[in-house]
Write a protein that binds this ligand. Structure first.
Ligand SMILES: *Cc1c(COP(=O)(O)O)cnc(C)c1O
Length: 424
């Protein structure tokens, strides 16, 4: 399928008049349509709730859009909890799915009434010592180990992942938690990432539902929710078939009817913690080609770098690139598209066939709406970009300003060593 930007050439030309590149641009229309579709796809389940994985796109303006569709927040750190709390999400609408959790974060999560999803058996004691009790509602993260397969093809390797309780620990954990006063339970698992198949959730659900039935039978725990977590992927490449959320919802419903309903568990709520699926396709990184270099290869240097989008450097991830205004030109030039970091992996694309790029051309780097801006860092003293929302009516709204040198140097503000710095 051809990948086209959600923004037109005219709109982009107008935006860059006001906000210089690079910036991340988000598509309100797309975010809304997708959130609505997810809600519909799981409307068969009474208690269904998506807890948006805040780490994917921690922008309060965007999270507030999702809130309109009944989404809560899945947080993994103090600042993410603070963000959800400041946006007036009530406790039960905040899931705290963290690991190697500092005591202060458990304390704050408990204070704001968030649902705590424990990553490890030893965290039961740690939590009890930290907050002085075991919450009435508690969730445990499950890791069955081994490899996660869908009809013989290996999707991911939970046996190698640092997360979750083993099967034995999960059963023992439920017994211990119940003894210590927990009344309502949840089960969580995240066994494969960025899956572009409608089979992932139903396959995961079957595993979790079966364990839930056993847990209920063997420990008598009152299981209130099963959290399928994240992992529904997006088609980063043009040749990938997108997931169909309606088929996925229906697939989970079938397994629910097959496993949970006969066990008298037809009132269990399904939760999700999607990040990538909720935002990935509805964001792009807009950058300008500012240099061309003809050496052993053909390079285009842009004004964005891995600080703005780390996935290609970190995982060799593919992000589609559109040269704005040249959509119908033939892709007869082979380029490495690079940023300016002093790191040779700072390349948004390697050996990519594209139309001829001229200096000043705008490039749209697709699918940066999740794990894009948020993964950013400040290497080489590079600053993080602005985030801009393309609204449904075609207008634009700045939803995060770009960092300035002052932000970068802010952590020296308790000293006077930089008092003679020239401002820029
Ligand atoms: C990262 C993460 C998610 C979201 O994952 P996506 O791949 O963006 O869907 C959800 N839950 C937990 C616990 C996570 O760590």
């Amino acid at each position: 399928m051809k990948k086209e930007p959600f923004v037109t050439e005219e709109q982009l030309k107008e935006i860059v008049q006001k906000y210089p590149t690079p910036f991340h641009l988000y598509d309100e229309k797309g975010i809304r349509a997708n959130a609505k579709a997810l809600k519909e796809a799981f409307s068969w389940n009474q208690g269904f709730k998506e807890y948006f994985a805040v780490k994917a796109t921690p922008n309060p303006f965007l999270i507030n859009i999702l809130k309109e569709y009944g989404c809560g927040c899945d947080c993994s750190s103090m600042t993410e909890l603070m963000l959800a709390d400041a946006l007036h999400f009530s406790g039960k609408d905040i899931m705290f799915s963290s690991n190697a959790t500092p005591a202060s974060e458990f304390k704050f999560a408990d204070e704001i009434g968030a649902i705590i999803n424990l990553d490890d058996f030893t965290h039961i004691d740690f939590l009890e010592k930290t907050i002085g009790h075991i919450p009435e509602t508690i969730s445990c993260r499950y890791n069955p180990g081994g490899v996660f397969k869908i009809s013989n093809s290996i999707m991911d390797n939970p046996g190698d992942a640092k997360y979750g309780f083993t099967t034995e620990q999960l059963f023992e954990g439920f017994r211990v938690l119940k003894e210590k006063g927990a009344k309502h339970f949840g089960i969580h698992a995240f066994l494969a990432s960025n899956t572009v198949t409608n089979e992932y959730y139903p396959t995961l659900a079957k595993t979790l539902f079966k364990v839930a039935v056993q847990l209920k039978e063997e420990t008598g725990a009152d299981i209130r929710f099963i959290n399928l977590s994240g992992g529904i992927g997006i088609p980063y490449r043009p040749d990938q078939e997108p997931n169909d959320i309606y088929v996925i919802g229906e697939g989970v419903r079938k397994v629910y009817e097959e496993v949970l309903v006969p066990a008298g568990m037809g009132d269990v709520a399904i939760y999700t913690e999607l990040g990538r699926f909720m935002m990935g396709p509805y964001g792009c990184l807009v950058t300008t080609a500012i240099h061309e270099k003809h050496t052993h290869k053909e390079y285009i240097g842009c004004d964005a770098c891995a600080v703005n989008l780390m996935r290609p450097a970190m995982y060799g991830a593919y992000h589609h690139i559109t040269v704005v205004g040249k959509d119908n030109h033939v892709c007869d030039h082979k380029y490495d598209i690079t940023g300016s970091l002093c790191e040779n992996n700072d390349k948004f694309a390697i050996d990519r066939m594209l139309p001829k790029i001229d200096m000043g051309d705008l490039l749209v780097i697709h699918d940066t709406g999740a794990h894009g801006f948020s993964m950013g860092y400040n290497y080489n003293g590079k600053l993080k970009s602005a985030e801009i929302l393309l609204k449904e009516d075609g207008s634009i709204q700045l939803i995060r300003r770009a960092e300035t040198p002052k932000d970068y140097f802010a952590t020296f503000d308790c000293f006077d060593i930089l008092k003679d710095m020239k401002q820029r």
